[in-house]
Design a protein around this ligand. Sequence first.
Ligand code: SF4
Ligand code: SF4
Length: 406
Amino acid sequence: MNNAGLYVSGSCNLACTYCYAGEAKDRPMDGATASGALRYALSESDGALHIGFFGLEPLLRFPQVQALSAEAAERARMTGKRLSFSMNTNGTLVTQEVISWMREYDVSVSLSLDGGRAIHDRNRVFHGGNGSFGRTAGALREMTRAGVKLLVRLTYTPETAPRLEESARELAALGVKRLGVAPALDAPGWETPGVWETIAEQYRRMVRLEHELQQSGQEFKWLDVDAYERHAERQQPRENCGAGTGAATIHTDGTIYPCHRFAARKAHPLGHVNTGVDENKRARFLREVADPLPDCLACPVRGQCRRCPELIELVGKERFCQHRRTTIPAVLNARREIAGQPFAEHAMAIAEIDGKLYVIPDELLKKFEVTREQAEKLAGKKTVRRTDKDKPGEGLWYEIGESDCY
Ligand code: SF4
Ligand code: SF4
């Protein structure tokens, strides 16, 4: 194991409408379980271990987080292991003492902030219903000033998606330098007509926004896009995201789950810190949940897709894959447009033209290990058809229906 998540608090001081943990209220992790979790994680790690503090809101248990990080540092020192820390927080409980701790342990912080006040407060509210924007934005300001390693995570729903680029712009104005964007795929509204077109357009605008800000000299990075770019040449699906192999998350009672998202739903418990992982359960999880979908092998975005087995289990592959097949081509093509490089000259597996998706032209098929036979077979499907229309590049193009997997 190289990545251990610790659920230290089991509850949250906010009641965000889209929270993937629902309304969970668990007892906080007690001291003995916390020490056991740490011992287990360190014993399972090789040279280096990353410890992520989750909560639901981990700062509800800040004294324990402090104690755990100190204990971890001491144990790592004795065993010669390298440690790094991260924390996912809503920011509302950040104080100067918390910031000092973040600095001391060089903690990478993921702060949830969805945009300006109007958008953020629509979903991210305290239990009494008041918005949390003021507190979170204040934390952002203080952490930025103190030089904390910070990533802001913007979560959007179908309802807020039309204002995605506007929200990113507002965050940039607040001084956000590193942005991650995540859809709440289990929120209502994904069946609304036009939602995917809206998202594709917003993602394209976000790419242009990033470019505009960078051109003006402002430090701003949209990290999801970097991830797509990093894998732009990869031709095979990601084997495993690490859930249940390199990663595990330990819940408040010491139960081990494959990752923080599975832990939030208490899905697929693999063992307990006192007894270790049950290898049969782990093997079943890897085989039945974590393996790439059969569809991935022929999927046009398989190289760039950060397949999330948890989300696929939660919302179904249709919605998950639709999101990936909408956003990846939108982003990559928008970036290439900016770079002045037409799509056809690039190792892209899919093109989006006039809102429709097209697989690569013939001469590029071999680059992606997609044979003509496979393409022909897929072209026989109802949702895929050959088109003779003029398209950039040469050769035949295959038009892909809305939710079909190439
Ligand atoms: S979009 Fe779906 S089928 Fe395609 S690579 Fe991602 S998870 Fe696999
Ligand atoms: S990609 Fe999904 S399943 Fe994998 S570690 Fe991340 S949240 Fe968990």
